[in-house]
Unconditional design. Structure first.
Length: 289
């Protein structure tokens, strides 16, 4: 992958952001890779040399790595830190690197935005990832009684914590315990993910297993029926005609406001979108071309 410097960052900053200090484990699939959509993983592997990323877009991942590195050097001497574990499934070597394990508790460090706390999809992903780690631990003869994430909110503000809603974190750092599944549930989940990725290996780019709406962080377009002078919608619809009919029934003070949906991951967070047939087709229809 080529790292560009579109914002003309000073050399030292550019070199810092573009240095890749991550060493992949000796595995076919890592826990984090398994949780990504198979189409995205295949396209990234096949087109790696053609991909580009701008250094400025790496700021938060580099920041996250720096936090991990610092914490690694402040761990209790009896804890297991950044340990890599493996298990074989369907002939593939599956690996995972755990941030911290001590007293039968797995702790993973996360550096993220405050928005994540109210995002059910992201919380589910954390739960799945930690349960894969718990399975790796248990398969390697180590007990797990609790899994948790230690979350650093990079955009936390004290003012918003006082006035924000129930989903806004009250502190800039939170430890969140996640549901620990039974071992057979963990194994079934892991096998399903491995099978989906193996399936993806067999198809050419145009016929890769499509990403699901959940994978793409899809939000449908919504039609808000608004009363003149009100900031909140009287009622939300996913069907435009139903919204229009409702607004007409309510009277002249009501109108329909379109809240455009989208696929946030495709648009903003997927570095293979230029090679993705599913994205191109969706874009063609959305743009009416
Ligand atoms: S662009 Fe969208 S549909 Fe294509 S691989 Fe990325 S997330 Fe999936």
């Amino acid at each position: 992958m080529k790292i560009t410097n579109k914002h003309n960052l000073p050399d030292a900053v550019f070199n810092f952001l573009s240095a890749d200090n991550y060493t992949p484990g000796d595995n076919d699939y890592s826990a984090t890779t398994l949780l990504r959509p198979p189409q995205m993983v295949q396209l990234e592997q096949r087109h790696w040399e053609e991909l580009e990323e701008d250094a400025i877009d790496k700021v938060w991942s580099v920041f996250g790595s720096a936090v991990h590195n610092l914490l690694e050097h402040h761990a209790d001497g009896t804890a297991s830190v950044e340990e890599r574990l493996y298990v074989d499934i369907f002939g593939k070597r599956i690996g995972g690197q755990l941030d911290y394990y001590s007293d039968s508790i797995i702790t993973d460090y996360k550096v993220t935005s405050t928005y994540t706390l109210g995002n059910a999809g992201r919380m589910k992903e954390w739960e799945e990832q930690q349960n894969i780690y718990a399975y790796l631990m248990r398969e390697n003869g180590k007990p797990v009684e609790k899994i948790q994430v230690c979350v650093f909110f990079r955009d936390w503000s004290k003012g918003k914590s006082l006035s924000g809603g129930k989903d806004y974190p009250k502190t800039p750092l939170m430890v969140i315990e996640l549901p620990l599944w039974g071992m057979s549930e963990q194994e079934d989940f892991l096998k399903d993910r491995v099978a989906e990725h193996l399936w993806g290996e067999d198809f050419c780019d145009a016929f890769l297993p499509p990403c699901t709406p959940e994978d793409m962080w899809e939000e449908p377009t919504k039609y808000a029926v608004m009363k003149k002078g009100n900031k909140r919608a009287t009622k939300l619809f996913t069907d435009k005609d139903e919204a229009k009919e409702f607004a007409t029934e309510k009277g002249k003070a009501f109108s329909v406001l379109v809240r455009q949906g989208g696929r946030a991951r495709c648009e903003q967070y997927c570095n293979v979108k230029n090679f993705c047939h599913q994205y191109r087709e969706w874009k063609r229809v959305a743009d009416g071309s």
